[in-house]
Design a protein around this ligand. Structure first.
Ligand SMILES: NC(=O)c1ccc[n+]([C@@H]2O[C@H](COP(=O)([O-])OP(=O)(O)OC[C@H]3O[C@@H](n4cnc5c(N)ncnc54)[C@H](O)[C@@H]3O)[C@@H](O)[C@H]2O)c1
Length: 441
């Protein structure tokens, strides 16, 4: 990156309305919509959202320039945000929020009108990918290409009817079964042939991603599905100059892991094992109770420690540590997940210690602000002419998408530095290295 790049990128203004198209109108999506509507009305604060509450230091520490991020970069104001969605169930966002059971009735009632106005469009769905759910609000088509074209028509109609000047799409639908990259994913040509042939290895989430990118709409993947991580979609995103990013919102347990593990490594403390278990009772938990769907989540959750701790570089500290992740579907807890971690660590002379974490969290309360930030930053990226994989948004993901051959950065603090330096870069501000020697010259 060019440190002398003083001008910044040319950023188109955030004029007009931004439509946020949500795939899946479940717990995360309805918590996001209700939250944004409550914040717009001054009923609540946007806690957990970097775009709404975060600041960014510019220049030297002595310059005293610390604007809000939303004052540095032209983000769409919440008043200009409107929502659309697809779901396999016909419930509008009010009904879906009531069923999700995340928010209190009193809050939902105050935003019932805008919630009820979000009616899900019929979804592209294939039972094989999510066996536990049985919906009725589903498109039929002669081929997967036909379904993609129906989605593109939905996108164009929504934009026109709601008078949006720009759109972004966020996948907040269920986790699909585990899928490995196959021949049909390896090029755009093969993928498009596969769409015409309704190839069984093309997942519904890939059809949404294809439709979004072909429509020029940035796509963020909040679930651990393969969706965007295939050459066909990255090639399309480059060609259409559309930003994409994923995958899997980094919320409860993995957030804690990527906060703590860098700390252990920073102090050269060893790790013998990390055992993580969760009890969760929402619809997401029900879907993840199916071993094929859980495998997709497990792969995403397991990847973080290896990358942060670098056992190859530090074999005395991290070689062969045990890492186990479990999710147990336990209906009484609903969305209020409990995540337990037992960490077996060791210090000076190999003496053993343990750390226990019991995070009584709320899944969708943690995820909603991430979905909002991603939508607003992806729209900014598009207006700034950024295209393809947006690695600077790794901060939000359990398994950040990177260029082929590049390992992902999982350390939350490096991710934040990367995000903020990218914002500085976009605006032509000096990048901050935290060197600090200049203060002592
Ligand atoms: N909440 C978190 O902390 C968190 C963190 C990381 C990832 N996620 C992921 O985000 C996603 C959403 O989570 P949630 O708690 O809102 O789940 P949810 O089950 O409440 O909502 C998902 C919705 O997607 C719908 N759906 C399923 N397949 C669809 C399709 N093909 N098209 C359109 N709609 C479809 C379902 O009917 C459901 O209403 C899940 O994949 C979850 O794993 C959530």
């Amino acid at each position: 990156m060019d440190q002398g790049h003083k001008k910044g990128l040319d950023i188109a203004p955030a004029d007009g309305k931004l439509g946020i198209l949500l795939v899946g109108l479940g717990a995360v999506s309805t918590t996001l919509i209700a939250g944004v509507e409550a914040i717009k009305r001054g009923i609540a604060e946007p806690i957990g959202s970097l775009t709404q509450m975060g600041t960014i230091r510019l220049g030297k520490r002595t310059d005293d320039r610390v604007p809000a991020i939303k004052d540095l970069v032209p983000l769409t104001p919440l008043d200009d945000v409107i929502f659309g969605a697809w779901d396999i169930f016909p419930d509008n966002a009010f009904e879906a929020a009531m069923k999700a059971g995340v928010l209190e009735r009193a809050l939902i009632d105050q935003v019932s009108e805008p919630l009820a106005s979000v009616e899900p469009m019929p979804a592209v769905f294939e039972q094989n990918f999510v066996k536990r759910l049985h919906g009725t609000n589903i498109k039929s088509g002669s081929s997967k290409m036909d379904l993609a074209e129906q989605l593109m028509a939905d996108i164009a109609r929504f934009k026109d009817e709601k008078g949006c000047s720009r759109l972004v799409m966020v996948w907040a639908a269920s986790t699909e079964i585990f899928l490995e990259e196959a021949e049909v994913h390896l090029s755009l040509d093969a993928f498009e042939r596969g769409l015409y042939d309704s190839d069984p290895r093309i997942a519904p989430s890939m059809i949404y991603a294809y439709a979004a990118v072909r429509s020029g709409v940035p796509f963020a993947n909040g679930a651990p599905n393969l969706t965007l991580d295939i050459p066909a979609i990255t090639e399309l995103a480059e060609r259409e100059r559309v930003p994409i990013c994923g995958k899997d919102f980094k919320t409860g347990q993995t957030l804690m892991k990527t906060i703590l593990a860098p700390g252990l490594k920073a102090r050269m403390l060893g790790l013998e094992g990390w055992y993580s278990t969760n009890i969760l009772g929402n619809r997401d938990g029900e879907v993840l109770d199916d071993p094929e769907n859980f495998r997709t989540k497990e792969e995403s959750k397991l990847s973080v420690l290896e990358h942060i701790l670098q056992p190859d570089v530090y074999p005395e500290l991290y070689k062969d540590f045990a890492h186990v992740v479990r999710i147990n579907y336990y209906p009484p807890r609903g969305d209020n997940k409990e995540g337990w971690d037992n960490i077996d660590t060791f210090g000076w002379l190999g003496y053993k210690m343990q750390i226990k974490i019991d995070f009584l969290c709320r899944d969708s309360i943690l995820a909603a602000p991430l979905a909002l930030d991603l939508a607003l930053f992806m729209d900014l990226a598009k207006r700034a002419g950024m295209k393809g994989i947006q690695e600077w948004l790794s901060f939000y993901f359990k398994a950040p998408q990177t260029a082929p051959g590049l390992y992902p950065e999982h350390d939350l603090f490096i991710q934040l530095m990367k995000l903020k330096n990218t914002l500085r870069y976009i605006c032509g501000e000096e990048l901050i290295t935290h060197l600090g020697l200049e203060y002592y010259d």
